[in-house]
Design a protein around this ligand. Structure first.
Ligand code: ADP
Ligand code: MG
Length: 322
């Protein structure tokens, strides 16, 4: 059975809006939210298109959760606490009720996990392909949001968790490699590092979530901070799946460091405060690995296991057109 736009809003999205919330039962033109006193609003949007950002046969609930989580990951990088979200739903001519219910159930699961609710959105149908747009809204004490700018020469560069699992999960899902459930989970349901983001406020000089690829995102920090940087590929933390994949040669390790979809936090910390990072790792229960440093000038260098600099452009790494 397919549903029209009004039925979708009433039966699918309204239950996600909660009671006594900014959404006002989705009966109003707008949501009205009072940000906590003394806080800045932090906003971010990601768009996902069927066939481009998710596979047509992927589970609807998982698509919903990934859509939400990639946005929460951006909030985490800013050190923000998530509050709510707006949803743009661009459906095909016939939107199946069963698919919609599974999609909403995925959102409901993560709303509970991350203590947020649906503030509002817009719904249209008749599109050639399904497209989803989500705007996440968070808050941070005034002036304390972290950005990509702010890294200084001498700062240490850290990354959370492990790198490359999103790529390995997608390859596994596409049938290009053997089934790897851990990696598939990393790709489908990334963990936004929200607790880490809160802990890094006042400590990290710059922060970004790894969505484009570790090297590209490091490059983003360097550009925004107007500094140079160096990464030791040998130090990049890998999961058991990643180690197995990259055991043979540098090109494979480089692929993991350039593929993206990791949703880990990459951040810089002044040398004097770097010891604090280990305390935070223990507190949030997440490995935080030092993988490089910030330098003066504007050069971005990548070093291999033998300590030799790698010409990353030789390995298909192009930051400019990513
Ligand atoms: P308009 O005619 O102004 O576009 P709509 O009829 O689309 O208004 O929306 C009515 C209400 O339903 C609004 O509160 C809007 O935020 C909410 N809404 C519409 N689509 C969605 C959606 N996909 N997710 C959440 N809320 C939605
Ligand atoms: Mg209106």
């Amino acid at each position: 059975m397919s549903m029209d736009e009004f039925a979708i809003i009433k039966h699918v999205f309204r239950p996600l809006a909660g009671n006594d919330t900014p959404a006002m039962n989705l009966e109003n033109d707008t949501a009205i939210w009072h940000p906590p006193l003394g806080h800045d609003l932090v906003m971010t949007k990601d768009v996902m298109v069927e066939g481009v950002h998710f596979l047509p046969n992927e589970d609807a609930g998982v698509i919903a959760q990934r859509l939400l989580r990639v946005n929460l990951s951006d909030l985490a990088a800013s050190g923000a606490k998530p509050q709510g979200y707006l949803l743009g739903f661009i459906g095909k001519a016939k939107v199946e009720e069963k698919w919609l219910m599974a999609f909403a159930a995925g959102l409901a699961r993560d709303q509970e996990e991350f203590h947020i609710s649906l503030f509002g959105g817009d719904t249209v149908s008749g599109s050639q392909s399904l497209a989803l747009s989500l705007t996440a809204i968070g808050s941070v004490p005034t002036g304390q949001a972290m950005t990509r700018g702010g890294a200084k020469p001498g700062d240490h560069v850290f990354v959370s968790g492990t790198i490359g699992d999103g790529y390995l999960g997608l390859q596994s899902l596409l049938g290009n490699s053997a089934r790897d459930d851990d990696a598939i989970r990393s790709y489908q349901l990334p963990e936004p590092r929200l607790r880490l983001g809160l802990e890094l406020r006042g400590l990290a000089s710059a922060s970004i979530d790894v969505s484009d690829g570790l090297l590209a995102d490091m490059h983003h920090i360097c550009e925004a901070s107007r500094v140079g940087g160096a990464i030791n590929l040998d130090e990049v933390p890998l999961s058991p799946s990643g180690k197995k994949y990259a055991c043979e040669n540098m090109a494979q390790l480089l692929r993991l460091a350039t593929s993206g979809d990791d949703y880990e936090l990459l951040f810089t910390v002044p040398e004097k405060k770097a010891a604090r990072v280990h305390e935070i790792a223990a507190k949030v229960g997440l490995s935080l690995t030092r993988i490089g440093e910030i330098t003066g000038g504007s050069k971005f260098s990548v070093f291999g296991s033998d300590g030799k600099e790698i010409d990353v452009s030789m390995h298909g790494y192009r930051h400019l057109n990513r």
